[in-house]
Write a protein that binds this ligand. Structure first.
Ligand SMILES: *Cc1c(COP(=O)(O)O)cnc(C)c1O
Length: 398
């Protein structure tokens, strides 16, 4: 007899450090927009592994590319070059408008590298070691010590202080607040072009332009974290492209490799030529042939599927359906977002709603206690959006 899901969960709680409050489900396989647990129950997935699985489960082109690469070569170390990493880096340059790429294994490591690049840039300029970074309140940049230091959620940071410093926090989307935190020691400003974990807040275009101009004026590096909002989720490859600006450093992960662990940061020419040099930074796995082949396959499939056009066609429909819910239910306070990174804010904690949805076969994710976030695979179709909003509505109405 097959092991029951309950037994798996009991064993997991014996073996795994309890750092996550997990849904009481053991997932087994996926197909397109759907996941199945070990007992065969089907779930419509609007979480996509936290904005990761842009292509949906078992995209044939992606799976094929990975299998082919496994048969060739999985790992080499960075003592050597490998073809998938060269091709993936070329593609990242092309889509981002940046000059050089460093591959990592995760988002938080991409942020670590970006911070090191910014510190080195400032150090080479004036030889000082007291440079400051300005980050945003309610931001999320990852769980390792450097990324945590710029994460604007005090509850995540406090037990681990002192972290990398000094970091000053400004209110997001508030230029005056940023200007107050900037001084002659500031080496970088870091922000998410659309805040994800912090409740889904897009940066305003005028705000971003003013931040860019301030950074230019004072030779401060602008780091945009597009780990969640990048890779086409908002309808352009990177969310900053909608605002007509470019950062000095951009971080990416999540959908970049669509499930194989991977990430990257890319820098412009100025930073490429005046920051990290041989010996300054490294990683054993980063950009290994398997992860790089995953990124390469993701880029190829985006083109073959015309995925950006698809996002721009389907995202307004998601907005419209969510606006409809917001109009019908007083408990919904706001609908906001960009492209396929959307949210509904409620007047109460959303845990009960997402739990009920799970029972009814719909996977949702929150972004803070009162916000449901919608981050489906980019291949989502209108019929999935209808199915999702029908189930969600039945959970709100209860
Ligand atoms: C998920 C996320 C990270 C951290 O990425 P990991 O791969 O979990 O380390 C950093 N920044 C943003 C904006 C994210 O959404």
């Amino acid at each position: 007899m097959e092991t029951a899901m309950k037994e798996y969960i009991e064993e997991a709680e014996q073996a795994l450090l309890h750092t996550y409050n997990r849904y009481q489900v053991v997932l087994d396989r996926g197909e397109g927009m759907y996941l199945y647990d070990t007992e065969g129950k089907r779930y419509l997935d609007f979480m996509a592994g936290i904005a990761v699985f842009a292509l949906g489960y078992h995209d044939p082109g992606y799976d094929r590319a990975l299998k082919d690469q496994i048969d060739k070569l999985i790992h080499t170390s960075n003592y050597f070059y490998n073809v998938p990493a060269i091709r993936a880096a070329r593609k990242i340059k092309e889509i981002s408008g940046m000059d050089k790429v460093f591959f990592t294994n995760s988002g938080t490591e991409a942020v670590e590298g970006a911070l090191k690049a910014a510190k080195k840039y400032a150090y080479l300029k004036d030889g000082r070691q007291d440079h400051e970074i300005v980050a945003m309140e309610h931001s999320f940049h990852g769980r390792t010590m450097g990324a945590l230091a710029v994460t604007g959620n005090p509850a995540y940071r406090e037990p681990f202080e002192p972290l990398m410093g000094p970091v000053r926090f400004a209110a997001y989307n508030d230029f005056e607040s940023l200007a107050e935190q900037v001084n002659e020691k500031t080496c970088a400003v870091i922000l998410e072009t659309v805040q994800g974990e912090g409740g889904v807040h897009p940066a305003g275009e005028e705000y971003l332009k003013r931040v860019r101009a301030l950074c230019d004026e004072r030779d401060i590096l602008l780091i945009l974290d597009e780990i969640q909002c990048g890779m086409g989720r908002t309808g352009t490859m990177f969310a900053y492209q909608r605002c007509g600006i470019r950062p000095d450093i951009v971080t990416m992960a999540k959908a970049l490799t669509c499930g194989v662990p991977g990430g990257a940061f890319a820098v412009n020419k100025k930073v490429a030529e005046n920051s990290l040099k041989a010996g300054d930074h490294g990683t054993t796995y980063g950009g290994n042939p398997l992860a790089a082949a995953a990124a390469e396959a993701v880029f190829a499939r985006y083109e073959e599927l015309n995925l950006l056009d698809h996002v721009n066609r389907v995202a307004p429909y998601l907005e419209e359906k969510l606006d409809g819910l917001a109009a019908r239910y007083d408990c919904i306070k706001d609908r906001r977002g960009a492209g396929l990174l959307q949210a509904l804010e409620f007047d109460r904690p959303v845990g009960e709603i997402t739990a009920r949805a799970l029972e009814k076969g719909l996977i949702l994710i929150n972004a803070g206690s009162h916000v449901i976030r919608f981050v489906p695979a980019l291949v989502v179709e209108k019929e999935h959006i209808d199915e999702m909003t029908d189930i969600l509505e039945s959970c709100i109405g209860q």
